[in-house]
Design a protein around this ligand. Structure first.
Ligand SMILES: Cc1cc2nc3c(=O)[nH]c(=O)nc-3n(C[C@H](O)[C@H](O)[C@H](O)COP(=O)(O)OP(=O)(O)OC[C@H]3O[C@@H](n4cnc5c(N)ncnc54)[C@H](O)[C@@H]3O)c2cc1C
Length: 427
């Protein structure tokens, strides 16, 4: 049965809410007189954890220095140095290990559960919550909250039930209900917009190449100046793996680029020009030298049959020859000088028109949320409403792909848990 009172009520059973509830209960060692209540609106908590990382859950990223970790957060950035100096990647790895789940690092730095299954992360969190005495109630949606004159909160649920809480934690992710509750308690909102999305290209000139992956590729977004537009978070250039899809471009470099430009692209209705350097940043002089060598050493071969470097996909090479207006059946010895520059331009400076967002993201998150200036980042307690704590994606924080979004949930949830336990004497 749902209790009518609790020392701590956490609204939202996602990773941030679970971490806050577990950390509070563990740190207090059962000393909360009214217990820790965790409310989740859906029948199954931790839904996003389950579907994350293609069913494997990319729990965090092997970036161990908080000063470098913050560079992976287009919203949040340097402000997160404090929280990450107290709980960052190493602490996440240790925390999961202490709770029975080993995380393993992949060559690109992403950390996954040893089992390679996101369900292990869900099970670990659920078992930890149970062991710590957290009272989990599902299918219970928080709808409204009011601060009580003598301290504490009255939370009204969608079912009509009410719960009185000494301390209230909002961990509702990007769901508007959390924004509404926070607003009713005095908080502002940075308008939510999608982040981490793939790109749709106009008259998709690469459509024949769907499935081709290249690494590294350098992408640069060319934004038209717009009166009154928000300056885009830097950088608008990314280098890394790119995947050509049926609608345009995906892959880590594309997702990083769209994360940093999330708001700027939204303001331009997802229309912009994209400069693609398929060489990944090779210098023009190197390419010229390579063409000279190819003329000499591959003189009798057709251009289409011998590509600059083995990792360059043959299909992409043929596309670039066509883009540069160069006949792929020409022999290398017969390549006119005037075509050389066109070829170098196609390799280093191909331009494509972005016409929208892709149909879905690999790791979709929301930029925007409760402004960080309104939260004490040492404790995650509201600066406007004592006793209210805000964690996870509800805040105006989002990271790039690679496990950074969960890392912020673990960090902010853990910090809130410690602060709640430290305040328990006031309960
Ligand atoms: C397909 C996909 C894959 C992803 N993969 C990764 C990945 O591999 N690595 C990574 O770092 N990030 C990944 N992300 C991003 C990551 O899932 C989110 O950043 C993270 O889940 C945010 O956690 P949260 O606890 O703040 O919010 P959420 O996970 O959204 O949890 C909030 C919870 O609160 C509940 N809720 C909402 N409103 C109420 C209410 N009023 N009352 C009660 N409950 C409520 C919701 O039902 C939900 O369960 C992925 C996202 C998606 C969509």
């Amino acid at each position: 049965m749902l209790p009518s009172r609790a020392s701590v009520v956490v609204v939202g059973g996602g990773p941030a809410g679970f971490m806050a509830a577990i950390a509070a209960a563990e740190a207090a060692g059962g000393a909360f007189p009214g217990g820790v209540l965790l409310l989740e609106s859906t029948p199954e908590p931790l839904h996003k954890v389950l579907i994350s990382g293609g069913g494997r859950c990319n729990v965090t990223h092997a970036c161990w220095d908080p000063r470098l970790l913050v560079d992976h957060y287009p919203r949040g950035g340097k402000a997160l140095r404090g929280p990450f100096s107290r709980f960052a990647t190493g602490d996440t790895v240790a925390w999961f290990l202490a709770h029975g789940l080993q995380l393993l690092e992949e060559p690109d730095g992403r950390l996954f559960p040893r089992t390679n299954r996101s369900s292990s992360v869900v099970d670990t969190l659920r078992q930890a919550a149970l062991a710590a005495g957290v009272m989990l109630h599902t299918a219970q949606a928080g709808q409204a909250a009011e601060a009580l004159p003598g301290g504490g909160f009255r939370l009204r649920l969608r079912s009509g039930a009410e719960v009185v809480a000494d301390r209230l934690v909002l961990a509702t992710g990007s769901h508007p209900s959390g924004h509404r509750i926070a607003a009713s308690l005095g908080h502002g909102l940075v308008a939510p917009v999608p982040s981490l999305f793939t790109l749709t290209l106009d008259d998709h000139p690469l459509v024949e190449l769907a499935g081709v992956a290249m690494d590294p590729v350098q992408l640069e977004l060319l934004l038209t100046p717009l009166a009154g537009a928000t300056p885009a978070a830097k950088p608008l250039r990314q280098r890394g793996p790119v995947l050509i899809t049926h609608w345009g471009l995906s892959g880590p470099a594309t997702l990083r680029l769209t994360a940093f430009a999330a708001r700027a692209l939204r303001e331009r209705r997802y229309r912009a020009e994209l400069r693609v350097d398929w060489t990944g940043g090779r210098k023009p002089a190197d390419l010229e030298g390579w063409l000279t060598d190819a003329r000499r050493e591959q003189a009798r071969r057709q251009l289409g049959n011998w590509r600059p470097w083995p990792e360059l996909s043959r299909r992409l090479w043929l596309h670039l020859l066509a883009l540069g207006g160069v006949d792929a059946t020409l022999r290398w010895a017969d390549l006119p000088r005037r075509c050389e520059q066109a070829l170098i331009t196609a390799l280093r400076d191909s331009r494509y028109r972005i016409s929208g967002r892709g149909p879905f993201g690999e790791e979709f998150v929301t930029a925007g949320g409760i402004p960080l200036a309104e939260v004490n980042l040492a404790s995650m307690e509201s600066r406007l409403q004592p006793g209210l704590f805000l964690v996870g994606e509800l805040l105006d924080v989002d990271g790039v792909t690679g496990g950074f979004n969960f890392q912020h949930c673990w960090s902010s949830g853990w910090l809130a848990g410690q602060a709640l336990a430290a305040q328990r004497t006031c309960s």
